[in-house]
Design a protein around this ligand. Structure first.
Ligand code: B12
Ligand code: SF4
Ligand code: SF4
Length: 267
């Protein structure tokens, strides 16, 4: 177990301004946290047999931009965060390779557009489960991984490495308050009131809605991550009051700003 290497990885992440970093050892995939758990082919050690640890990074999705969704503004943010996730994990893997530890990045999504998702809405590796096992957060009713810092407004990327790194403890405190805002406000009625994974998102409805927005150039949707009350980021932006999304009369300035953004850049 190399403490020095882990310190170097964390230092590297800090230099790249990555706010969330967690480590899981691959043994954790063999101890399901709930049922159903994913089949073994989805484990990191099945995909990259040399893997001993998984480093998971998280980048925030800025709430005020997400609040304009569906919009070109959120779409651009989504693309920017995605590009950074892939670049950072690619660079981290190379950093470890240069130190003699075989490592590979995993793309933040891993599918060929919406048509591929309509055919099969599952990727070869799940970053949400990786982030759970790396101690970054736990699942909410919206099927997303909630973190103390950003609630579900965070996107993840992972690195598989042969290096044996000390894993972070799992986060035991349940973050989801079961307020059901994500369920009530989903425009595609794709959310279920039951806890994950008993209540799985209706992937077909969500994907179909996303396809409609994509045809207008303003996908993805993201309402279920916007309305979630969990996350320190809400305080930073003065957004503790969740009625901002339903009480149009109380927040005229914000409503005006969102409408303005929504009028431009899409089809
Ligand atoms: C496919 C996909 C989608 C699909 C399907 C969504 C879904 N709920 O799975 C669609 C297009 C609908 C979608 C939408 C969204 N997504 Co999406 N999506 C993905 C993607 C590419 C793969 C997810 C996946 O396949 N996981 C695999 C399995 C393990 O997950 P699961 O189906 O929940 O699995 C359970 C069971 O089905 C069973 N199981 C799993 N696999 C199998 C296989 C078999 C054969 C069997 C029998 C059983 C089984 O076990 C699991 C329970 O333990 C990931 C990126 C990635 N590669 O991880 C992003 C990802 C999950 N999406 C993300 C986000 C943010 C969104 C959106 C908010 C859109 C947006 N960006 O604004 C919405 C939210 C929808 C929602 N509330 O669920 C983020 C989540 C971040 C977070 N904080 O959790 C991810 C992780 C992207 C990222 N890199 O950060 N997404
Ligand atoms: S992304 Fe939109 S359509 Fe999909 S589950 Fe979330 S709120 Fe519903
Ligand atoms: S919106 Fe409420 S119910 Fe949905 S995930 Fe967040 S805390 Fe849980």
């Amino acid at each position: 177990m190399s403490e020095e290497l882990l310190r170097a990885v964390r230092k590297r992440c800090k230099k790249m301004e990555i706010p969330l970093v967690g480590v899981a050892n691959v043994e954790r995939w063999k101890k399901p946290q709930f049922q159903p758990w994913m089949p073994e082919e989805f484990y990191p050690q099945s995909i990259f047999p040399q893997a001993k640890s998984v480093i998971v990074i998280g980048l925030p999705v800025s709430l005020p931009v997400l609040e304009t969704s569906p919009s070109i503004y959120y779409r651009e943010l989504y693309n920017t965060v995605n590009a950074l996730l892939d670049q950072y994990t690619y660079r981290l893997a190379n950093f470890l390779n240069e130190k003699g530890h075989p490592s590979v990045f995993v793309p933040r999504d891993g599918y060929f557009g919406i048509k591929a998702l309509l055919k099969n809405p599952v990727a070869f590796f799940s970053h949400r489960h990786a982030a759970l096992l790396a101690g970054l957060g736990n699942f909410g009713t919206n099927n997303m991984l909630l973190t103390p810092q950003y609630g579900p407004r965070v996107r993840f990327g992972s690195v598989f490495t042969a290096a044996e790194l000390a894993p972070d403890p799992l986060l035991r405190e349940e973050l989801c308050t079961r307020c059901m805002r994500c369920v009530k406000m989903c425009p595609a009625q794709a959310q279920d009131e039951k806890d994950y994974p008993e209540g799985l998102t209706d992937k077909k409805s969500c994907t179909a809605y996303s396809a409609k927005l994509a045809s207008q150039g303003i996908s993805p949707c993201g309402i279920c991550i916007k309305v979630c009350p969990v996350g320190e980021d809400r305080k930073l932006y003065g957004r503790e009051d969740g009625s901002i999304y339903s009480r149009k009369d109380r927040f005229p300035e914000e409503q005006r700003a969102w409408k303005h953004v929504q009028r431009y850049g899409g089809l």
